[in-house]
Design a protein around this ligand. Structure first.
Ligand SMILES: Nc1ncnc2c1ncn2[C@@H]1O[C@H](COP(=O)(O)OP(=O)(O)O)[C@@H](O)[C@H]1O
Ligand SMILES: [Mg+2]
Length: 268
């Protein structure tokens, strides 16, 4: 499946590059340059669930940070909903949102409902719509019964579910999820996968990173595998498995097999 540039591409990344300049070592502060994202190009269509896979350090989070307007590219083009993520971020921010796994993005001294009210106010959502949306989101993430308890009394899984609700509070057209199931228990992880499917049914676009291959296989329409800031394979899970099966029809190949042979360099 070749990528095609179409009007419905809600994410357009062309020759995107991000270089970090840092210092290494405690005594001799040696300057190091890391090219985290190296001339990356890909497009995501409206309504797609698009997976970014790759080892730690492959450049996934850096790519997402540029897409959600939180980090400036070093060079190249990075467009979301037709606008530049650097320079036109105000045109984008209300229409997208993000969920970063394992990160504390809610207030412990507030209830879930008050947290969601607080985040709604940032987006200037009218009170009437706000209350209805909060009720729906609490239901979606299974927090209706504990909605008015303080978050500090919540389990880790409940907090993470609240973060999912927070990431949907502005009814975003595109949701970026960076390792959203990290640290979730199996029930929470399944709930998140169900939510992603529901979002897709609603026509939303999801860009997702995960280290769980079955999750990517089950959810994603297309997958890009990244290595050292570049895409080394991009296709539907089915096509990836077909392409890298070495014509061995007898043995069923898994996405994990494809992933491992690609990142270890055996199949490329
Ligand atoms: N703020 C930063 N300063 C310096 N180097 C960074 C910074 N953030 C990430 N990196 C480096 O950039 C590379 C890509 O990191 P990252 O985008 O976090 O990858 P991934 O999310 O795929 O694990 C890594 O080598 C990482 O060490
Ligand atoms: Mg990361």
């Amino acid at each position: 499946m070749e990528q095609e540039l179409s009007e419905e591409s809600v994410i357009k990344v062309e020759k995107l590059r991000r270089v970090y300049h840092t210092k290494k070592g405690w005594i001799k502060r040696k300057k190091v340059t890391v090219t985290a994202v190296n001339d990356l190009s890909f497009f995501v269509q409206r309504g797609e669930v698009f997976g970014l896979l790759g080892e730690n350090g492959a450049g996934k989070t850096t790519t997402i940070k540029m897409l959600i307007t939180l980090l400036a590219p070093t060079s190249g083009s990075c467009k979301v909903l037709g606008f530049n993520t650097y320079g036109e971020e105000k045109m984008i921010r209300n229409r997208i949102n993000f969920i970063f796994g394992g990160e504390m993005g809610v207030y412990r001294r507030l209830s879930a409902r008050d947290n969601l009210r607080y985040f709604s106010n940032i987006y200037l959502i009218p009170t009437k719509i706000r209350e209805r949306r909060i009720t729906e989101l609490l239901e979606l993430v299974g927090l209706t019964e504990s909605a008015d308890l303080l978050v500090e009394t919540y389990s880790k899984g409940m907090i993470q579910r609240l973060q999912i609700a927070r990431g949907l509070i502005n009814n975003p057209e595109i949701i970026f999820m960076d390792e959203p199931t990290v640290g979730l228990d199996p029930v929470g992880a399944r709930m998140l996968r169900d939510i992603i499917r529901k979002l897709k049914e609603q026509g939303k676009t999801v860009l997702l990173t995960t280290h769980y291959m079955y999750e990517a296989d089950e959810l994603c329409d297309r997958i890009a595998i990244m290595k050292k800031g570049k895409i080394i394979a991009l296709d539907s899970p089915k096509e990836l498995k077909r392409k890298y099966s070495n014509n061995n029809d007898e043995q069923e190949i898994t996405l994990e097999d494809v992933y491992i042979s690609l990142v270890e360099g055996a199949a490329v």
